[in-house]
Ligand binder design. Structure first.
Ligand code: GLU
Length: 468
């Protein structure tokens, strides 16, 4: 059996998009499921738009998601010699040819086709054919290289996601596989190959067995299959994943919200939750909603992929994140929340604080906000003060302050002292607990008051109770 090798091939023209992250996750999980390999390739042939900063961001997000690769990053711009060798081979074999059409020629061709109500396709002016006389090579025009696509027949493939697809060769033209050399490029310098060509040479050279990618590439696949055939290369299997729609039903895009993986990293989402949520956007394993990456690897065999677009649901992602936060061991959570608390000198209490608050938080940012209440100052809202710090409760707060002055500082002893004050003052638990929460944590809603007071520390608790 051929070795399973998958890849993710982002173009470094921006951050790692959620759609690309999902494709990366599926490709990675598929390789891991089969004991295969996963490759990262940087498709940087769009020289004007590719940046190192974008490469760095993509690598950072892949690392954050925990999608490790066995090979790469491979940069296409470092493989120009290889592409040139294949182009030369194709020119010699007649499966590629030089085209000297100028942009003006192509414009005129397009206008004439439009006027005739025809589809816009390159008219193969420069394609050699037996008995055909090519136009004279124009002075000063640097040629592009075009692929001699078969003129008839149908391209079929059984898509791993969409099922059988077939596109007639009459629908597609002879695409450009190598751009003309840049103006001012040294004599003999090769032009840069285009995506549809470089992707085939790379997937072939890298022995990629399964190509998962977004379904915006479905129209490119027939060309690619034809190029594989022209090269005598064996075909990978293709799986085209449906787009992810925003909650407004439109394609998820920057204009409509956060679409970079890094946005979610910064907003305090866990990579575990991000992977879990992305996995479910287009794939299912029974009714399982919350699972780990290890479980996904066990289950992800390329079946149960959805053919229809998934809809981004921010509320569901927050719920998934909350489930992972809740399930995480406290000590681990403490490590994860630290980067959100750079300005705070945390101590050993952090683990307990995380344990106490984790099931009330959707994100690490929310958890960090709770943690801050233990280390910095709190500012109770005047409305909460007015509502809860009433004349009836004032004497009980004094009693509590006295009791807490020399109680043994454990949650249990604090709890007992608290109850004694309640019975002395003739109050019920919430009548005193709510005001104490407002004073100590700045809000009437907190977990168990004895735990909160214990973790806050005697000195801070007494100072805050006094501030009223
Ligand atoms: N560079 C392409 C993209 O980012 C990759 C497409 C493919 O996976 O073949 O869309």
């Amino acid at each position: 059996m051929t070795k399973i090798r998958t890849r993710i091939a982002p173009s470094p023209t921006g951050f790692l998009h959620l759609g690309t992250a999902r494709t990366a996750l599926y490709s990675w999980a598929y390789a891991r499921h089969h004991g295969g390999e996963f490759v990262l390739r940087i498709e940087d042939t769009d020289v004007a738009r590719s940046t190192q900063d974008s490469v760095d961001q993509i690598l950072h997000s892949m690392h954050w998601l925990g999608l490790g690769y066995d090979e790469g990053p491979v940069y296409q711009m470092q493989r120009l010699d290889r592409y040139q060798a294949v182009i030369d081979q194709m020119l010699a074999a007649g499966t590629a040819y030089r085209c000297y059409c100028t942009p003006e020629d192509l414009e005129a061709m397009k206008a004439a086709q439009e006027a005739r109500g025809e589809k816009r396709l390159y008219d193969r002016t420069w394609r050699p054919a037996p008995g055909k006389v090519l136009p004279p090579v124009p002075e000063g025009v640097k040629p592009v290289i075009r692929f001699a696509n078969p003129v008839e027949g149908v391209v079929n493939w059984d898509d791993l996601v969409k099922g059988p697809i077939s596109i007639s060769n009459t629908e597609i033209d002879d695409l450009i596989i190598q751009r003309a050399p840049e103006d001012g490029a040294p004599e003999g310098a090769p032009g840069v190959p285009t995506y549809n060509f470089a992707v085939v040479v790379d997937d072939w050279d890298m022995a990629i067995s399964h190509v998962f990618r977004g379904d915006e590439h479905i129209n490119n696949t027939p060309w690619q299959i034809n190029i594989y055939r022209a090269l005598g290369a064996s075909l990978p299997q293709f799986g085209h994943l449906p787009v992810i729609l925003g909650d407004d039903g439109q394609k998820l895009s920057k204009r409509r919200g956060a679409v970079a993986v890094s946005n979610y990293d910064e907003a305090g989402y866990l990579p575990e939750a991000m992977n879990n949520y992305l996995a479910r956007l287009g794939w299912s394993h029974g009714d399982d909603e919350i699972f780990s990456l290890e479980q996904m690897v066990q289950w992800f065999d390329g079946t149960h992929l959805s053919k229809s677009p998934a809809q981004w649901d921010a509320a569901k992602l927050a719920w998934v994140n909350a489930q992972h936060l809740k399930a995480m061991p406290d000590a681990e959570l403490a490590e994860r929340v630290k980067p959100f608390l750079k300005e705070v000198a945390v101590d050993e209490r952090l683990v307990g604080i995380c344990g106490l608050f984790k099931d009330r938080c959707d994100t690490l940012v929310a958890l960090a906000n709770w943690v801050r209440a233990f280390y910095g100052d709190v500012q109770p809202r005047p409305e909460d003060m007015a509502q809860h710090i009433t004349p009836t409760v004032q004497p009980a707060l004094d009693l509590l302050a006295t009791a807490l002055q020399d109680v043994e500082w454990t949650a249990a002893a604090i709890g007992t002292a608290f109850k004694q004050v309640l019975s002395q003052a003739g109050l019920k638990m919430p009548q005193l607990a709510m005001p104490v929460r407002v004073l100590v944590m700045g809000t009437p809603q907190t977990p168990s008051i004895d735990q909160v007071l214990f973790l806050c520390g005697r000195e801070k608790v007494l100072q805050r109770i006094a501030k009223r």
